[in-house]
Design a binder for this molecule. Structure first.
Ligand code: GLN
Length: 229
């Protein structure tokens, strides 16, 4: 299986490790550059994007992460991870915050408001997530948990939308939008505004693990001399 690292600086990394293992992947925590070097793919979890960026900077991981984002190895960002991957974020902390970039989206950091505005819903998703189609011909759905969640306000054509969320009347009144993008894929980058790792729906982790296996199959096989992982 694919060796998938989960950035473990802050946030819900343990839940991702558990889901990845259940999905049959080889999963481990990443806190150092050497560990990053032996990942076929990386998950950047939810948490708090400004804190995560600060810790990454302090631990000398920002540039290695930027290099990883530019490589051919897949990254999946959930929630704060989605913000971190975006080319542009609005609602950033004063003085700005570091972003990895690579995902050609404009993200609103706290689109849905604060903790009290967190919610769960049954979200229609794109058919491309293997096996996610229902027999009845109705749109397939996933249980989506939005926790102080960001949303994607706009995306370039290179970005494929995997899920769109229709706001409630109340959310529409607060945000002025009746629809936002909440899951995307752009080449080897994937991002979700919600948290599949907090549910027992493993399809997202399986989908990402498949992306990592495909990407690693295309790569020349250069193993590190001694694996630090
Ligand atoms: N809105 C948060 C941020 O700015 C992300 C919340 C989350 O990851 N659950 O980082």
């Amino acid at each position: 299986g694919a060796r998938i690292g989960v950035l473990a600086l802050q946030g819900s990394f343990r839940e991702h490790i558990t889901s990845l293992k259940k999905a049959g992947a080889d999963a481990f925590e990443v806190r150092k550059k050497e560990q990053l070097d032996c990942c076929d793919g990386l998950i950047i979890p939810g948490g708090e994007s400004t804190t995560m960026a600060l810790v990454a900077e302090r631990w000398g991981l920002l540039e290695p992460l930027r290099a990883f984002a530019k490589s051919d190895r897949p990254i999946w960002g959930t929630c704060a991870g989605l913000i971190f991957l975006a080319e542009e974020a609005e609602g950033q902390k004063e003085g700005g915050q570091q972003l990895l970039g690579g995902l050609h989206c404009k993200v609103s950091r706290n689109f849905f408001g604060s903790q009290v505005d967190s919610f769960e819903c049954e979200l229609p998703v794109d058919k491309c997530l293997g096996g996610i189609d229902s027999q009845s011909g109705e749109a397939a759905t996933t249980r989506a948990m939005f926790i102080r969640a960001p949303a994607i306000l706009s995306a370039k054509d290179s970005v494929k939308v995997l899920a769109e969320y229709t706001t409630t009347d109340e959310q529409k009144a607060a945000t002025g939008r009746d629809k936002v993008i909440v899951a995307v894929r752009e080449g080897k980058l994937m991002a979700t505004a919600f948290h599949p790792e907090l549910t027992d729906d493993l399809r997202w982790h399986k989908y990402f693990a498949d992306m990592c296996v495909e990407a690693s199959a295309l790569r020349p096989n250069v193993e590190p001399a001694s694996s630090p992982c």
